[in-house]
Design a protein around this ligand. Structure first.
Ligand SMILES: Cc1cn([C@H]2C[C@H](O)[C@@H](COP(=O)(O)OP(=O)(O)OP(=O)(O)O)O2)c(=O)[nH]c1=O
Length: 188
């Protein structure tokens, strides 16, 4: 059996892989998450996913290492995790009653190979009142999540429509990730 590592501190990503009953370890790394503002959202999430996987792969050379990164894009603006309640409020207000895209990049790094890809999922929100946004902020859910919401939790109440991979919005497009892992030579 080959060694598989999820290079992540995200409990959601861990849970998505655990659902598949695959044996893996979780090891997180601290990487520079700055990026070149001229890059497209797809390039940003693939590069950050690659940095996360590469940092762990250096220490575990004989393993398959998965890194992942998620951002929300409204118009041409990239929304990461909100710094505070005010920023979370303004992110959610800006997403109200309209569509945005969630990009998740994945990098699979092994001794002989690097594979990178991204998925884009379009999400439409219901029109939200300020009271609804404040109630949602009170749940505490938005603060460690790109775009200030979690589709898998109370954030499900904000969503009118979704087009694309749901699991990619949660943080890991599992079906494509497993397919690409197998192509890279991984077998459980
Ligand atoms: C839009 C959305 C994002 N998210 C989460 C997924 C990611 O954990 C987070 C985006 O931040 P990331 O920087 O992609 O990931 P992370 O810092 O949580 O974890 P790590 O870098 O260690 O892998 O937002 C949800 O859980 N649900 C959602 O609906």
């Amino acid at each position: 059996m080959q060694n598989l590592i999820l290079a992540s501190s995200s409990p959601r990503r861990k849970e998505l892989l655990e659902n598949l009953q695959i044996t893996f370890q979780t090891i997180s790394s601290d990487v520079d998450e700055n990026y070149n503002p001229t890059w497209s959202p797809g390039e940003i999430v693939m590069e950050l996913a690659h940095r996360k996987a590469e940092a762990v792969s250096k220490e575990y050379k004989d393993s398959f290492v998965i890194g992942s990164d998620t951002v929300v894009v409204r118009d041409q603006t990239i929304l990461g995790k909100p710094e505070n309640r005010e920023e979370a409020f303004s992110m959610l207000k800006s997403l109200s009653g309209r569509s945005h895209s969630v990009y998740t990049g994945v990098a699979i790094v092994s001794e002989s190979n690097v594979c990178k890809f991204f998925e884009k999922t379009d999400v439409e929100f219901w029109e939200l009142t300020d009271d609804e946004i404040n109630d949602y902020l009170d749940t505490g859910e938005p603060f460690d999540k790109a775009g200030a919401y979690g589709i898998q939790g109370f954030g499900s109440l904000l969503v009118k429509k979704i087009s694309g991979d749901y699991f990619s919005v949660v943080g890991l497009p599992v079906a494509r990730t497993i397919r690409e892992l197998k192509k890279a030579g991984y077998s459980s």
